[in-house]
Design a protein around this ligand. Structure first.
Ligand code: ADP
Ligand code: MG
Length: 557
């Protein structure tokens, strides 16, 4: 009886699986190391690509850390955090996604022996945070500004940054060609966060070198009706009318019901319909526009009507393309053809419909408002062009970053070695266990040059020894030395123009430290029995619930 009066306290449902303590931490660390091992070999100019195919048969070939991580469909709750930081790095700076994953995993690997020896994770976390703070200060100190140069000079420097990003990609062979294209494209859109103003169009066939940049807008010819062939395909300084209405006979939207008493009245109804469309078309022509684009369909009647009056038209233009035409030509999209005044018409120096590979393209170049550019990518296989697009995206992001906060650091592992050396020096002045922790943080940073060597088939130990010696020079002249990817020795990365925007490194170190600390702070995982079927998700949300509060520092967007 007494036992019944005191009910048992049941906290979690029956079947709930919890694991906790040191063992849990170590297992989380192991999972993260396993994830990093997947992307490890993609780092750097000699990195390998991954081919990923899913059950739907989609094949992706990529070298981009974020893309690979996204496609991997990782279910381990702790390892998912690495996927998140790769994504956040991708959206924050656009490059350095492999770097951030490798760093986070390496921090954890260095922490593992301490955890196994019974060090409290919070001690490690504090030291790691401290070290990352110092590292970032140092990067800011070492970063060189490219501000204050002439425009030409600046362009040249920016294309070096773009080339460094591209050198690790499939299109690395043509990096100069694409780097200057990217710099021109970014230059065209000016400042402002309007990345969608750079369009990338993919046309299979031809070679990479056939890719070209349009200083304006280009899009694939839309579906068109008979009569289209008779329209002129080339204009100089045409007026451009942008519409968001249908120009088709059948589609008067108001489905009115009309009752007829006399069959002869029927003809008048049909006539009325024709009149409405002719009136609309007439107004388009009267506006003086030579090119008429619409987001909705332009039917055969309209096509023929325009053809007879030497006007070019295209219906069903994709919304983003139409908006880009509007931005570039200075026109405004109209929802009615009544009162089309001159101000809403756009213009450009040159309009042309041109054959590109197997496709026909409508190309608007020499646009007055500028501020938009289109890269038309050519290449053999679909997967190849897809990867090329992702690579260009990285390069575009990098050039934009570098234009905005124009400071760069030496790449090829040089900055990592220098920070590593600096932290080791600093740690000597710290008493107690923290010294060891900061030391191992410093050691973890060496993973970047080591991996660059490994991936290129160099003797990493040998190269790293040379680098350590160079960076230890008291005069500081060795600071820009990094891995020389061509000879397998070491070289002045700065002099060789292997540059990276400082933000890439700062963000990578920040995010990697934050993720490592987050994983170190978890000592228990609880799996809810109800969602056994959706295992991965349940486990992830159990984890996410705990992590979210701290995760904010990771700047997810
Ligand atoms: P991430 O996804 O992290 O950007 P990448 O595969 O693009 O990974 O590799 C970037 C690394 O490669 C950087 O550390 C960069 O400094 C290095 N790197 C790029 N080009 C060169 C080069 N020509 N020589 C040496 N290192 C290079
Ligand atoms: Mg890169």
């Amino acid at each position: 009886m007494a036992a019944m009066m005191q009910p048992q306290i049941i906290l979690l449902k029956e079947g709930t699986d919890t694991s906790q303590g040191k063992a849990q931490l170590v297992s989380n660390i192991n999972a993260c190391t396993a994830v990093a091992d997947v992307v490890r070999s993609t780092l750097g100019p000699r990195g390998m690509d991954k081919l990923i195919h899913d059950d739907k048969g989609t094949v992706t070939i990529s070298n981009d850390g974020a893309t690979i991580m996204k496609l991997l469909d990782i279910v381990h709750p702790a390892a998912k955090i690495l996927v998140d930081i790769a994504k956040s790095q991708d959206s924050e700076v656009g490059d350095g996604t492999t770097t951030v994953v490798l760093l986070a995993a390496e921090f954890l690997r260095e922490a593992k022996p301490f955890i196994e020896d019974g060090v409290h994770p919070q001690n490690l976390i504090r030291s790691f945070r401290n070290a990352s703070y110092k590292a970032i200060q140092k990067i800011k100190e070492l970063a060189k500004s490219i501000e204050g140069q002439s425009l030409e000079e600046k362009k040249r420097l920016l294309s070096k940054c773009a080339a460094t990003t591209l050198s690790s990609k499939l299109i690395g062979g043509e990096k100069e060609f694409f780097a200057s294209m990217v710099v021109d494209a970014v230059g065209a859109i000016g400042d402002g966060d309007r990345l969608n103003m750079i369009g990338i169009k993919k046309v299979p066939g031809g070679t990479m070198r056939d890719s070209f940049l349009v200083n304006g807008v280009a899009f694939k010819k839309t579906f068109s009706y008979a009569g289209f062939e008779q329209q002129p395909k080339k204009f100089l300084n045409p007026k451009i009318l942008l519409l968001n209405i249908e120009l088709e006979l059948k589609s008067e939207k108001e489905n009115a019901e009309i009752r007829l008493s006399d069959p002869s009245q029927y003809q008048s109804i049909v006539d009325a319909e024709w009149n409405i469309i002719y009136e609309k078309l007439d107004k388009c022509v009267q506006s003086g526009a030579k090119v008429v684009l619409s987001r909705l369909a332009i039917g055969d009647l309209a096509t023929q009507y325009f053809a007879d009056r030497d006007i070019f038209c295209a219906g069903r233009v994709a919304e983003e393309d139409l908006l880009r035409v509007a931005a570039a030509t200075g026109g405004t999209v109209q929802t009615s053809v009544n009162n089309v005044v001159d101000e809403v018409l756009g213009t450009c120096e040159h309009f042309e419909e041109r054959q590109v590979g197997n496709e026909r393209f409508n190309i608007f170049s020499g646009c007055p408002s500028g501020r938009t550019a289109t890269i038309v990518l050519r290449g053999g296989a679909d997967q190849f062009i897809e990867e090329a697009e992702r690579s260009l995206h990285d390069a575009i992001m990098i050039v934009r970053r570098a234009t905005k906060n124009s400071t760069v650091v030496a790449g090829g592992g040089a900055i990592d070695m220098e920070i590593s050396k600096y932290l080791r020096q600093e740690s000597r002045a710290i008493a107690g266990k923290s010294q060891f922790f900061i030391n191992s943080y410093a050691k973890a940073l060496e993973v970047i040059p080591r991996q660059l060597c490994d991936n290129a088939g160099f003797d990493a130990t040998d190269v790293l020894n040379k680098l350590r010696q160079k960076h230890a020079l008291p005069t500081g002249e060795g600071a820009p030395y990094g891995v020389d990817i061509n000879t397998g020795g070491i070289a002045d990365s700065f002099a060789n123009f292997v540059w990276e925007p400082a933000v890439v490194k700062i963000n990578a170190i920040n995010a990697a430290t934050e993720a490592a600390c987050l994983i170190l702070s978890v000592d228990e995982t609880v799996k809810n029995p109800k969602s056994e079927s959706a295992q991965g998700e349940a486990a992830a949300s159990a984890m996410g619930g705990r992590g979210r509060g701290r995760g904010r520092g990771m700047r997810r967007r």
